[in-house]
Design a protein around this ligand. Structure first.
Ligand code: RIB
Length: 305
């Protein structure tokens, strides 16, 4: 259901992919072929995932994305609408819907190859066309499965209004003006290493402080089963967020659920460590079920913190 009210709790600017998932006993090495399960097709994409995760928790959420005029695009739009996400800003056409080829092993770990398709055509002009929503949302979040120029334009159109959250995934360079807007920058350990290069510290806390020195207002490093670390540039406080113990079935999209929950709770006024503690419970719940969007919990389904 679309809403006419511009004041979304969270506007997600990002990708939407059809996830083509095969379960394997082990992921293949170079030159190797392995057999897997029957193919499953799920709605995914880091942007679409964040939007569904937040909406399922109760956030008023909109998605700015681009899908193809095809069956995958319709699947993704249906999934967003079913979760209660506004798709008024989703553009259609120009290229086939993005696709992610995903293998999941028995430990729940995954490998993903993305074919961007229509995601590569989400342009700065699309952001300008949605300027009303971009400026009015309490929080805007983005990732890097869309062109970096589109993320830059999001920050420019936003112009310091409200809060901007970035998960730079897939890992890659982030322009200085985007880093400076991040509050927080949310990374996993791999993404932290890519951003820090040889300047990475010895501990997660040191790496969080090293990331802060790159310019973001705050930083969150997710540590998988070991929880997370937060660092706030205003206070200098570094906090360790405890892991929530669960048995992992499929980790696909758990990071997206974490970031969405974090962004929403920050927009509601939570302090960074409090929001990250809540997000850790959401991410933990997400790994206990298969798929990305299908695995996301409602607030009532969260494990205790
Ligand atoms: O973060 C998980 C997501 O990454 C998947 O849903 C896939 O579409 C890729 O974008």
């Amino acid at each position: 259901m679309d809403r006419n009210d511009d004041r979304y709790d969270l506007l997600v600017v990002g990708s939407a992919n059809a996830d083509l998932v095969v379960e394997v006993e082990r992921r293949p090495g170079p030159g190797e072929t392995v057999s897997g399960s029957d193919l499953a097709v799920h709605p995914g994409g880091k942007g679409g995932n964040q939007a569904v995760a937040a909406a399922r928790l109760g956030a008023r959420t909109a998605l700015l994305a681009r899908v193809g005029d095809d069956a995958h695009g319709r699947l993704l739009l249906d999934a967003q609408r079913a979760a209660g996400v506004s798709v008024e800003a989703v553009r259609t056409g120009g290229a086939p819907t993005g696709v992610a080829l995903i293998t999941v092993d028995p430990s729940g770990d995954n490998s993903i190859v993305v074919s961007p398709g229509a995601n590569a055509l989400l342009t700065p002009a699309d952001v300008r066309a949605a300027a009303r929503l971009v400026r009015a949302a309490a929080v805007v979040s983005a990732q890097l499965e869309i062109p970096v120029a589109t993320v830059v334009e999001t920050v420019r159109v936003r112009d310091g209004a409200g809060r901007f959250v970035l998960n730079p995934s897939p890992a890659g360079p982030v322009p200085t003006e985007v880093l400076a807007a991040c509050d927080p920058l949310v990374v996993n350990e791999h993404e932290a290493r890519v951003l820090l290069g040889h300047g990475a510290g010895d501990s997660p806390g040191e790496r969080a402080l090293a990331l802060l020195a790159l310019g973001p207002r705050s930083v969150v490093i997710t540590l998988g089963a070991a929880g997370a670390v937060t660092a706030d540039g205003r206070t200098g406080v570094v906090a360790r967020i405890a892991a929530v113990p669960v048995t992992a079935v499929d980790t696909t999209g758990a990071g997206d659920a974490f970031t969405a929950a974090l962004a929403w709770r920050l927009g509601r006024g939570d302090e960074l460590p409090t929001a990250a503690g809540y997000a850790a419970r959401v991410g933990a719940a997400a790994v206990t079920r298969k798929g990305a969007q299908e695995s996301y919990p409602t607030a009532a389904e969260l494990p205790p913190g």
